[in-house]
Design a protein around this ligand. Structure first.
Ligand code: CP
Length: 341
């Protein structure tokens, strides 16, 4: 959230400073959620706690008035099914209102004028109380946060990060397995993906291990691995899922048949897509060698790396992950809008 140039005495949300005395936890009220780099363990624990408190609303399909009078603005410069609608659903569950766009082509940012993020955000900040932005340019939500006087939530920026998805994923692990600590995450797929960056940053805060399996041209960069290693997460790499699946507690998947995330829209012109090599596929047959307790997470959409017949196995948790996506967005919206401390 940038500086507000007008009405300097006005606050967007009130913060109960008394209640935070003696607490080392930074307040979420008014904060942007842009990256999981630097997101601390106590903050993960706190967000999970708030999510658990709000979960009955989603489970019982009830709405509340926690955010009545507040409006969410969605600014989606790239397609989305889950992230946008989960935020909108979360806002509605909490009694708030929603406005925004799901296709920048219908705005001045996507036509002749190519209106800048700065100019666009200087409009959006007057239309609501929090902005959720997805953009094809890495760093665009950070740029928006520089200019906005209201919190900005990163809903995925190019190949950069996808913090709310990974908060959802770790909350799913917490709820389904009772803990994130002590678990081995086998991450399989395109390591350039924003979820893979966010999960690596997140796992530095837990007593967890990470194994990465990706085609060489989609592997983690040495710079990124070094950055993560500085925080004591030493990422192991493997060539084939069959070599490590028996070690996995969490199988964390992304496609390797992948869209270009630096584009606003990937409209393919027909023609056959490549198929996923066995190294990066999780099949029902392969799961016979997995721990019975292991779970599969996939933020979706999927290609052929995760066949539909895996959905009926004991390992599949991606539908639960989608459900927890609403719960997590309720928690984040309540926190940044100051309705939960
Ligand atoms: N997981 C995810 O980001 O899905 P959408 O692209 O549908 O939002």
């Amino acid at each position: 959230m940038g500086n507000r140039p007008y009405w300097p005495n006005e606050t967007v949300c009130s913060v109960d400073d008394e209640s935070r005395k003696g607490s080392a936890l930074r307040s979420f009220s008014g904060r942007d959620i842009l990256s999981l780099k630097g997101f601390e363990r106590a903050e993960f624990d706190h967000v999970f706690e708030v999510a658990e408190g709000l979960e009955p609303l989603a489970r019982e399909r009830r709405n509340s008035d926690l955010l009545s009078g507040k409006t969410l603005v969605t600014a989606f410069y790239q397609p989305s099914t889950r992230t946008r609608l989960a935020h909108e659903s979360a806002m509605i569950r909490l009694g708030g209102q929603v406005t925004g766009f799901a296709d920048a082509k219908m705005t001045r940012a996507g036509d002749f004028y190519q209106e800048s993020i700065k100019d666009t955000v200087h409009m959006l900040e007057y239309y609501g109380d929090v902005i959720v932005m997805r953009h094809f340019q890495q760093g665009a939500p950070q740029e928006a946060a520089r200019w906005a006087s209201i919190p900005v939530i990163n809903a995925g920026d190019g190949w950069g990060e996808h913090p709310t998805q990974v908060l959802t994923d770790l909350y799913t692990v917490q709820r389904e397995m009772g803990t994130v600590d002590g678990l081995k995450f086998v991450c399989i797929g395109d390591m350039r993906m924003r979820t893979m960056h966010s999960i690596a940053y997140a796992l530095t805060q837990f007593d967890a291990e990470m194994i990465a399996i990706a085609p060489p041209e989609m592997s983690l960069t040495d710079e990124f691995k070094a950055e993560i290693a500085e925080q004591n997460l030493f990422i192991r790499e493997a060539d084939h899922i069959q070599d490590v699946i028996s070690e996995a507690d969490v199988i964390y998947m992304e496609p390797v048949v992948q869209a270009d995330y630096t584009k606003g829209r990937d409209e393919r012109e027909g023609g056959d897509l490549p198929t996923t090599p066995d190294n990066y596929r999780v099949t029902r047959k392969l799961l016979e060698t997995a721990k019975p307790s292991s779970i599969i997470l996939h933020s979706l959409p999927r290609m052929d790396e995760l066949p539909a017949d895996v959905d009926g196995t004991r390992h599949a948790r991606y539908w639960q992950e989608a459900y927890y996506g609403v719960v997590m967005r309720m928690a984040l919206l309540a926190l940044v809008l100051g309705a939960a401390e």
